[in-house]
Design a protein around this ligand. Structure first.
Ligand SMILES: NC(=O)c1ccc[n+]([C@@H]2O[C@H](COP(=O)([O-])OP(=O)(O)OC[C@H]3O[C@@H](n4cnc5c(N)ncnc54)[C@H](OP(=O)(O)O)[C@@H]3O)[C@@H](O)[C@H]2O)c1
Length: 249
């Protein structure tokens, strides 16, 4: 494989599992030194680090709770201390909490934690990273097809977090363009081996609405992220790249 990211330093939030782990592996294979965060999966995070090291590349796992926005500046300082700078930020970490808006038994604490993690946490990390990103830098925000279209009940809060970070990323593209830093969104689709899928009925509705009529694999979505991180995407900014099997087609 060619190594278009040689000499680059990447931070992938939520790299211990699912799409984040696939992205860590791919960016490292392409030559980047990769830092990634996790919140509780210490052993899985170490396994990802070991795998990357086994292939002769560099990775470091940093425990950092994205729901605690005050942690973001220290996280970015840690990345710079490890690898000497930052070129690529992949805002991937998120959680999913479902439930209809009129559910009297809604777990509002869990919903609030989702808003803190998926929305305020992404903003805090992006803000801190923007101060150190080098020229030619990349910000890639992982959203969902639900960021632009809510295709089933019970997903209002999750969709709001994704829609919010999409619009935020567009503003970031405007702010950082003069520094030759791009900011783009990847709308991921339903993935095997990722976060807990919605209930079976909702899952059926969502999968049947996809052009490809199947869930995706994390590697298929990591490939879209790696493209936006690559030199080939130097003139792509403020864009949304759909990698969700044709949810909007
Ligand atoms: N899976 C899907 O079907 C799907 C569909 C559309 C979009 N997406 C989006 O794709 C992205 C990745 O999803 P996934 O399915 O790969 O998720 P996942 O398998 O559940 O993994 C989530 C990752 O985020 C980390 N994380 C969670 N809360 C965190 C926090 N407070 N602070 C730091 N890290 C935290 C987790 O760390 P720990 O392991 O320590 O918990 C883990 O590394 C998300 O942005 C998601 O919204 C997913």
């Amino acid at each position: 494989m060619s190594k278009p990211l040689t000499g680059k330093v990447a931070l992938v939030t939520g790299g211990s599992r699912g799409l984040g782990a696939a992205t860590v592996r791919l960016l490292a294979e392409q030559g980047a030194d990769v830092a990634f965060t996790y919140v509780s999966s210490k052993e899985q995070a170490q396994a990802v680090v070991d795998e990357v090291h086994g292939k002769g590349a560099k990775a470091v796992a940093l425990q950092s709770d994205q729901a605690d926005t005050s942690r973001a500046p220290a996280l970015i300082d840690d990345v710079v201390a490890h690898f000497g700078g930052l070129d690529i930020l992949v805002n991937n970490a998120a959680i999913s909490v479902a439930g209809t808006v009129d559910d009297p038994d809604a777990d509002t604490a869990a919903l609030d934690r989702m808003h803190a993690t998926n929305y305020l946490g992404v903003i805090a990390v992006t803000r801190a990273a923007s101060r150190v990103l080098r020229t030619g830098g990349r910000i890639i925000t992982v959203s969902s097809g639900l960021g632009s279209r809510v295709g089933a009940p019970g997903l209002a809060d999750y969709a709001a977090t994704k829609s919010g970070i999409e619009r935020y990323t567009m503003g970031v593209a405007r702010d950082l363009g003069p520094r030759n830093i791009t900011a783009n969104v990847v709308e991921a689709g339903l993935m095997e081996g990722g976060m807990e899928p919605p209930d079976p009925e909702t899952l059926k509705v969502l999968v049947s609405s996809l052009s490809l009529q199947r869930m995706g694999h994390p590697d298929e979505i990591a490939a879209a992220i790696a493209f936006l991180a690559s030199p080939a995407a130097s003139y792509v900014t403020g864009a949304v790249l759909d990698a969700h099997g044709g949810y909007n087609a």
